[in-house]
Design a protein around this ligand. Structure first.
Ligand code: PEP
Ligand code: MG
Length: 578
């Protein structure tokens, strides 16, 4: 589908024709479609807000019941059209929308004089707290209550419901940024592309877009000023959005369709033009992803983000629960390498049972491996679970810890792995200190994996979630490339030539993948969707050519120059529209 319009939406403003917004392209693809804006978060009704003069409590209660029912009907209808995790989320939320206990508690507050909006707000807060205190499965339903609360208030106010907007026809989603929770209901059959005014190349929006194979541009300031229904052309490689595109853009969008068809398959062996092998692995968040990655030809798993299996949990998962989650991934890759990362809780991925929500600076706080300082025992139990899950499967199980800063930490982690019976310990290099001391770290562990998302944010001191810092927050920064070079040098000089992989988003950028290989990285791990594009571009260069491109990027004056110089020397990118 090349051109999409949304029937019934506001017509495109002709005066805006040709207006261009520049952002950062984070997922390639060229598409034309009508936009829908992500509604703003629902504003909390004033504390103590009372019923308006002359409004009878019975009428306000009836309005509340009608609103709750309408929200339920809408969510039920949407769940019927959804599948997988999205369907489950919608079904659970639909049930909660008209929950008798919730509605009854709100009606009681209205009878005491509260406005309908304030009443549902407070009633939902009490129900959420009660569920939270019950723990386990019930505690996980607390977020559903808070979600429906916003929807019911929006219904009462007659404004759009929060979250991903709904439309019968496909659209380009425009918003400030996407929260991880929004993604469960993002239907890739309806959303053609993602455009946000905030967020950086390593933000959740970017990671999700690449995982779903959707063209995406982040940090495009001003896009939120466009109106629903505006027709735009999105170029996810160039990072631009053009209002009311013309014949040239229609041709580019058509050409992109041909490219996606050509790139549909990866033959399962990553190699350069001269035959130099570069195993291409996949980043997964659980068994479902792993099955998809295996089907896409991934040569193994380079990063299992175990925290993704338990993001909704208030309490530590039991060993049995963990064994089940990990075994599903191992079973998808018999005979292949699966690198399990221990829980990376904290910062943008808080886990209530491990992290302290009140930390002033969570990205620099107790996150990743560091949670072992404050919650001893959780890491050991996780390693036990990984060992149990590995037992009896055919996968080659490697384990690594996130957010390692010193060789001492690597040594401690390796000791815990040995105690658990896990034979191939490694660590992530995501903190500059780890890159600089890679040789000492590799005295204790068998491999390192560069987490370029965090390595970039820490090297550049730029929060990976902030749109205004997107230009700093790119792994094309020569300083980041130098840290990667030093990590490889540490492995070659004194690190006994132990493997250095990349599992950050940098590996999914086909041009940067060439640079990484030129710098001496041995494996690349990425979202399954990126495998075929990365494989195609790698296959267009020899190792000496990749090394030359790496040298050019390292000595470039800026990230923009590094990217431009390398891209100019890779004509295949233009041919394929990547
Ligand atoms: C990284 O930091 O590059 C990485 C792979 O870890 P995450 O994105 O999960 O923080
Ligand atoms: Mg990281």
């Amino acid at each position: 589908m090349i051109v999409q319009t949304i029937s019934g939406q506001a017509s495109t403003d002709k005066a805006e024709t040709g207006r261009t917004f520049a952002g950062v392209g984070v997922s390639p693809g060229r598409i034309i479609g009508s936009i829908l804006l992500m509604p703003k978060a629902v504003r909390e009704p004033a504390v103590g807000e009372r019923l308006a003069e002359g409004t009878a409590p019975e009428d306000a209660s009836a309005a509340l019941r009608t609103a709750a029912k309408a929200v339920q009907t809408n969510l039920t209808a949407r769940s019927a059209g959804a599948s997988g995790a999205g369907r489950e989320v919608l079904e659970a939320t639909a049930l909660m929308a008209n929950d008798p206990m919730l509605v009854k508690a709100a009606v009681k507050l209205i009878t005491n004089g509260a406005s309908a909006e304030r009443a549902i707000w407070d009633a939902a807060a009490s129900v959420a707290e009660m569920l939270h205190n019950l723990g386990g499965y019930m505690a996980e339903r607390a977020t559903d209550v808070l979600d429906v609360r916003g929807r019911i208030v929006a219904e009462l106010r007659g404004v759009p419901a929060p979250g991903i907007p709904y439309s019968d026809t496909p659209f380009i989603l425009v918003g400030e940024d996407l929260a991880p929770a929004d993604t469960a209901t993002l239907d890739p059959a309806k959303v053609l592309a993602l455009v946000t005014s905030s967020g950086g190349p390593q933000s959740h929006t970017a990671i999700i877009a690449r995982a779903l194979g959707l063209p995406a541009v982040v940090a495009a300031a001003g896009v939120e000023g466009l109106h629903d229904g505006t027709l735009v052309f999105v170029d996810g490689a160039a990072g631009t959005i053009l209002v009311n595109p013309g014949a040239d853009e229609v041709a580019l969008a058509k050409a992109w369709e041909t490219t996606t068809a050509a790139l549909a398959m990866f033959d399962g062996t990553g190699r350069l033009k001269d035959g130099h092998l570069v195993p291409l692995l996949s980043n997964v968040g659980g068994a479902k992803d792993a099955v998809k990655a295996a089907a896409a030809g991934a040569q193994g798993v380079g990063l299992l983000r175990t925290e993704f299996c338990f993001l909704e949990r208030d309490t530590e998962p039991t060993i049995a629960e963990q064994v089940e989650a990990y075994r599903g991934v191992f079973d998808a890759f018999p005979g292949k390498k699966v690198v399990v990362r221990t829980l990376d809780a904290g910062a943008d991925k808080p886990l209530p049972f491990l992290t302290d929500a009140s930390e002033p600076n969570p990205a620099l706080g107790v996150r990743g491996y560091r949670t072992d300082f404050t919650s001893p025992g959780v890491l050991e139990r996780q390693l036990q679970a990984i060992a149990q899950a590995a037992d009896g499967t055919e996968a080659q199980v490697w384990v690594m810890a996130p957010m390692i800063s010193t060789a001492e930490e690597a040594e401690h982690f390796a000791g815990l792995c040995t105690a658990a019976g896990l034979t191939t310990p490694g660590v992530m290099v995501e903190v500059p200190s780890a890159a600089l001391t890679a040789a000492s770290i590799l005295e204790h562990v068998d491999f390192v994996s560069l987490g370029t998302n965090d390595l970039t944010q820490y090297a550049m001191a730029a929060d990976r979630q902030l749109g205004p810092l997107a230009d700093l927050n790119t792994p094309w920064q020569p300083a980041v490339l130098q840290l990667i070079r030093l990590t490889v040098a540490g492995s070659r000089d004194e690190g006994h030539g132990k493997p250095v992989g990349v599992c950050g988003e940098a590996a999914a950028d086909p041009a940067l993948a060439v640079v990484l290989v030129g710098l001496g990285v041995s494996t690349l791990s990425m979202t399954a969707r990126a495998l075929s594009a990365v494989a195609a571009v790698l296959a267009s260069v020899t190792l000496p050519e990749a090394q030359q491109l790496a040298a050019l990027a390292l000595t470039a004056h800026s990230a923009t120059d590094a990217r431009r110089i390398v891209r100019e020397k890779l004509p295949i990118l233009n041919t394929l529209g990547l």
